[in-house]
Design a protein around this ligand. Sequence first.
Ligand code: ATP
Ligand code: MG
Length: 390
Amino acid sequence: MKEILLAYQGEMSLKGLNRAAFESVLLKTMRRRLKSLGEFKIYKAQSTMYAEPGEGVDVDAAEERLSKIFGIAALSRAAVCAKDFDEIRKTAVEYLRVPLCLARTFKVSAKRSDKAFPMNSMQIARELGGVLLAAYPHLKVDVHHPEVNVTVEIRDFAAYVHGGKRPGAGGLPVSTSGKAMMMLSGGIDSPVAAYLMAKRGLSLACVHFASPPYTSERARAKVLTLAERLTPYTGNLDVYVVPYTAVQEHLRDNAPDVLFTVLMRRSMLRIANLLCAKEEAQAVITGESLAQVASQTLWAIACTDAAQTLPVLRPCIGMDKTEIMELARRIDTYETSILPYEDCCTIFTPPHPKTKPQLGEIEAAEAAMPGLAALEARAAGEAERIAVHL
Ligand code: ATP
Ligand code: MG
């Protein structure tokens, strides 16, 4: 039996005149992500995206990949048959045998966008319901909460029969909202922040600050693994690994202890800004969550933002750690994030960082470190760019 994957859009359908542009990005993304699985015919009709697998293609794997593409609100995996009720009947009985045998209740939904089909949606649903009750006598109809929603879609090219839609990744296709620089640590929060902003249509590049020998090769490898785990959602990522040791030692040796963390975060943001210019990225993203640690109080955030000019996006700002962890598990970054390697943010940290730093004292501290800007520029210039591709 010939199968097909149908991808339905959600929010994109509200995009008015820009809709065609969004759809074209989505089609391109689908082509790119499915390419390595074999041959697919991918096209759009009646605002639904179709992915038609060639001979011998792993449809399970394709479905899994599509379920991670932003811009797809829902998905279904359907059997294709001729637009003829007799064919539809046979296909439904056969194709949905396993789910129907396992279920106790079902309903039939029919959608007829090809109005030339002789039966209307109500008639299709009623007739097919009768056929399925006869074929699977243990079943009962439940129109409100069916275990299987047998669906027939009569469209332009064929009829499609499936057991109901499943939720897709939602959001907007990556790159339709612009590009941003993700500050990726090895922690739990920043990969979740990357996922959330890619979901809103941003394409991402990443920056990671490494301070060898204080941070290890394994910490760096961990960050690259995290980036790799994100690529099914974000697409290819370039990760800049910034050699941060000299800057950080300079801060340790010259900055007031209690301001060290905020000064370091300002310095990281300035370097991120330099890399944004190179990548034509329009914003910076962090995994910060309000008041989680001393550097994430409103006072510290205000001082951090004032170091630079780009918008700083913090999608986790209002989330509890438990919510962030739950999402990290769902997107499969959690297990990597909890590997216990040192991050540069946790070295040299003073025992009692100031939770209410004032911009005046921060700027005065920086004015007393005239060599800092040059060290930052050098670190940005020496950043290694690593391609983490799907
Ligand atoms: P995470 O789980 O993301 O590490 P965290 O609670 O440990 O978050 P911090 O260490 O204070 O928070 O870092 C806050 C944010 O700063 C991180 O979410 C990340 O965006 C950025 N950040 C921290 N360390 C680094 C690093 N080594 N390289 C790049 N960005 C970093
Ligand atoms: Mg961290």
